[in-house]
Design a protein. Structure first.
Length: 510
């Protein structure tokens, strides 16, 4: 079975197993999925297509580890030291992970290096949260002591996408480990290799067996089996809105807690007091980083009429100058999209934009010099004169693709920004401080960048509203969501009690 692309296969492609109980094991059926390098289409590895029985084996491994003395009764400070040790182990293997991630998902090495070097901080930050957490003592009426106890929620299922394989996994793993939970990860069938590598690194660093398990396979089969498993206490998924709706319904059957980070159609509002050249530089970064395959891709540029023509002209020129090619080569600024299917999706939206009357000002084609490379390359694409009712304004493309729409006043800009079923992120470009805060408050989304784009931090909450999902990742919000809270009410008085005698005048919430 092939995940995507041409049927060729290299004889030396590694065959991997599932990762269960601290080591790789074969899948039940022996059926394998090809993993391809998106820059040339070659098969670089084969992974098991995990069955329901394989998923059950992984979930029960996680359950045993959660209930074990070794992990379940580990002292808080011992766990925090271990999580910090995992961060150190991650850091010591960065060079091999940079290369493997670039070959597997096609992001230029410069991008991969910039992103992965920050990931150990996720673990250190959550280790700090574990050390500093305190349960509450709550003032209540009467002679009572009320306090809370928090217990780790249990087994967490993590479904991760292809666009940021390690980053999105680590933002989930860090609070899982620091809280004392255990996990089963189902990575994208396109990009499982760094996930498997990190599991080996963490096992060697001392993570107990069964705490971190991996099942590989397709979403409708392996992913479905994981989401439906009745021993799952929490589901964390990053992916498209449709996938989130399906997975959320499956996990909801047994009332698993959920954090879902789903689609996006990020509006970028550019006011005329902001430098046009700087706005264009941010636009190119926001739209084309990761080949535009991010949920916070700057996909809708809403630009004031006074600078609209200049912005369009300069963004088109910037897009045409971006160097496309082999992501492992120095100087490459844009790599391929993940698959031929994804490239065709982008090209289909190019046709949709033209059919709906938008003006194609840059890109929109397969680069001629790379047409025979076997890779899934597509030019960075810019459409101008885009109206709010057009498909390319409303629908998520998930590729190096952006649009530009004109506005005349702040009220119109906010209305255009909110004219979307999505609400993950937004960006504002202005030097007017009051306007920046006013517009940030008015846009319906979970994340706003003022004079920046795609900036995140382990301490800052991340998530969306509307069709962009539920819950928050990063920050104490994510850490706290890995616990169940128990309220303990203690009567400290010593007076007699008989409800059926002398109850007149009593006030009680019972």
């Amino acid at each position: 079975m092939s995940a995507a692309g041409k049927p060729n296969a290299t004889n030396d492609a590694e065959t991997h197993g599932l990762y269960i109980d601290g080591g790789e094991v074969a899948g039940e059926t022996g059926e394998l999925i090809d993993v391809r390098n998106p820059a040339n289409g070659d098969v670089i590895a084969r992974i098991p297509h995990a069955t329901d029985a394989d998923v059950d084996r992984a979930v029960m491994s996680a359950r045993r580890a959660f209930e074990s003395d070794e992990w379940g009764k580990m002292e808080l400070r011992t766990r925090a030291r271990l999580v910090n040790k995992l961060a150190d182990a991650f850091e010591s293997h960065l060079d091999e992970l940079y290369h493997l991630e670039t070959v597997n998902n096609g992001r230029p090495l410069t991008e991969t290096r910039a992103q992965l070097r920050r990931l150990p901080d996720f673990f250190r930050y959550n280790a700090g949260l574990a050390l500093s957490r305190r349960d509450a003592v709550i003032p209540v009426e009467g002679d009572y002591l009320n306090y809370t106890l928090r217990r780790p929620i249990g087994v967490v299922g993590n479904c991760t996408p292809f666009n940021h394989p390690l980053m999105i996994m680590c933002k989930s793993l860090a609070p899982v480990f620091a809280s004392g939970c255990t996990t089963v990860v189902k990575p994208s069938e396109y990009t499982p290799l760094t996930t498997l590598a990190l599991a080996r690194i963490f096992t060697e660093a001392g993570l107990p067996d069964g705490v971190f398990n991996i099942v590989t396979g397709l979403g409708p089969t392996t992913g479905k089996a994981l989401c439906e498993h009745d021993n799952l206490n929490k589901l964390v998924l990053t992916g498209g809105t449709e996938a989130g709706q399906i997975a959320g319904a499956q996990a909801g059957r047994h009332f698993a807690h959920q954090t879902l980070e789903l689609g996006g159609k990020t509006p970028v509002v550019v006011f005329p007091d902001f430098d046009v050249d700087q706005a264009v530089n941010y636009a190119a970064f926001g739209a084309f980083i990761g080949a535009g395959q991010t949920c916070v891709c700057g996909s809708r540029h809403i630009v004031h009429a006074d600078i609209y023509d200049s912005f369009v002209e300069k963004l088109a020129a910037k897009a045409k100058a971006i160097k496309i090619g082999d992501p492992t080569k120095p100087g490459t600024q844009l790599g391929p999209v993940i698959s031929e299917k994804q490239r065709q999706r982008v090209l289909n939206y190019v046709r949709a934009g033209i059919e709906d009357g938008a003006k194609l000002v840059a890109g929109g084609e397969i680069p001629g010099e790379l047409a025979e490379s076997g890779g899934y390359f597509v030019q960075p694409t810019v459409f101008a004169d885009v109206e709010a009712n057009m498909r390319i304004f409303q629908e998520e493309v998930f590729g190096p693709f952006t649009s530009v729409t004109k506005f005349h006043d702040e009220k119109e800009a906010i209305a255009l920004a909110n004219n979307s079923p999505f609400g993950l992120a937004a960006a504002i470009r202005t030097r007017d401080v009051a306007r920046a805060h006013r517009v940030a408050a008015a846009i319906e989304c979970g994340i706003v960048w003022i004079n920046d784009h795609h900036r995140l931090d382990p301490a800052s909450p991340w998530g969306g509203v509307k069709l962009s999902g539920i819950g928050r990742e990063f920050g104490p919000e994510s850490f706290e969501d890995h616990f169940e809270v128990k309220s303990v009410m203690v009567n400290t008085g010593d007076g007699p009690f008989d409800w059926y005698e002398g109850t007149s005048g009593q006030a009680r919430l019972n």
